[in-house]
Design a protein around this ligand. Structure first.
Ligand code: IPM
Ligand code: MG
Length: 351
């Protein structure tokens, strides 16, 4: 199994090295090769996604990704900014299906900003389309708008094939869960969403055992904090999914807990925590490595055919939480505050 390791920027390196230690402990036949990406790619090769990095990613069975982004690069032209690396990888590898599970571990229900009884037992999955929408739609740009100064414009765009294939992923995922899909759109305002709703509804006919509902994105944002346990699988577009998955992460206590998988039509994938590079705490040993460790578990399950090993990692994470270990982001009174390394080492110990 060949794994491309792309730590990236900020806390990326610290968290990825803990995930690698966990993977190593499993003793599976695994080959890893590392390459710079994001700001690190720009420093190394003048490009956030250097050619060599992309080639490595393309040749690998799976990609373990840390995070990209640093305010230092905000003034560069867009094509040179760190975020282009992850967007470029998603596009180049056709990683259209982004799975973002949000699970509340019983031990962390008290760490959520919501009351424990609202979130306890929550287990939902956001299926976010990842290679279309306003993120990639053309035309986009900035231009002169005469007396009004400049104007910026982007294009929200989905075709039927793109909508259908992500709907299938969501229905298929729901089949292995509690068989309910909520499709989230803004069909009361947007043409793109009107088409989205029509296509998802039509595809649902092929999945008679799955119950499909629709919700407007603004209402969904509200329902997520009002009664999150009503949701099982949410399927939505790239932009709405970006926003709703950050919101859902807070139900679980911390964005430092949420892993993700980004899969292409062949099931090859990129695995990354949904949080970013957190430059404010980078290098301080404070970051929570669990989202990355759980992303490594998803990698074993979805791309490497090692479901049993994935189960073992997830059980080890639960055990460590039960033991009372907490990084600062999930710390509550009466638990033991630990740093990045100690948390990673505890998971390795458990394994
Ligand atoms: C995410 C991130 C990315 C996105 C950024 C870093 C480009 O927020 O993976 O959710 O917007 O998709
Ligand atoms: Mg995001």
């Amino acid at each position: 199994m060949k794994i491309a390791v792309l730590p990236g920027d900020g806390i990326g390196r610290e968290i990825v090295s803990q995930a690698l230690a966990v993977l190593n402990k499993l003793g599976l036949p695994m080959e890893t090769a590392e390459a710079p990406v994001g700001g690190a790619g720009y420093e190394a090769a003048g490009d956030p996604l250097p050619e060599h990095t992309l080639a490595l990613a393309k040749a690998a069975d799976a990609i373990l990704f840390g995070a990209v982004g640093d305010a230092r690069y905000d003034t560069l032209p867009r094509a040179k900014r760190p975020e282009q690396a992850i967007l470029g990888l998603r596009k180049a590898l056709g990683l259209f299906a982004n799975l973002r599970p949000a699970q509340v571990y019983a031990e962390l229900a008290g760490a959520s900003a919501l009351r424990p009884e609202v979130v306890a037992g929550l287990d939902m999955l956001i299926v976010r389309e990842l290679t279309g929408d306003i993120y990639f739609g053309q035309p986009r740009g900035m231009r002169d708008a005469g007396a009004n100064g400049r104007e910026g414009f982007d294009t929200m765009h989905y075709n039927e094939a793109e909508i259908r294939r992500i709907a299938k992923v969501a229905f298929d995922a729901a089949r292995k869960r509690s068989k309910r899909v909520c499709s989230v759109d803004k069909a009361n305002v947007l043409e793109t969403s009107q088409l989205w709703r029509e296509v998802v509804t039509a595809e649902a006919k092929n999945w008679p055992d799955i119950e499909l509902s629709h919700m407007y994105v603004d209402n969904c944002a509200m329902q997520l904090v009002k009664h999150p346990k009503q949701f099982d699988v949410i399927v939505t577009g790239n932009l709405f999914g970006d926003i709703l998955s950050d919101e859902a992460s807070m139900l679980t206590g911390s964005i430092g807990m949420l892993p993700s998988a980004s899969l292409n039509a062949q099931g090859r994938g990129l695995y990354e925590p949904i949080h970013g590079s957190a430059p404010d705490i980078a290098g301080k040993g404070l970051a929570n490595p669990l989202a990355t460790i759980l992303s490594a578990a998803m990698m074993l399950r979805y791309s490497l055919g090692q479901a049993a090993a994935a189960d073992r990692i997830e059980a080890a994470v639960k055990a460590v939480l039960r033991q009372g270990l907490r990084t600062a982001d999930i710390y509550t009174e009466g638990t033991r505050k630990v740093g990045t390394e100690e948390m990673g080492a505890a998971v390795v110990d458990r394994l």
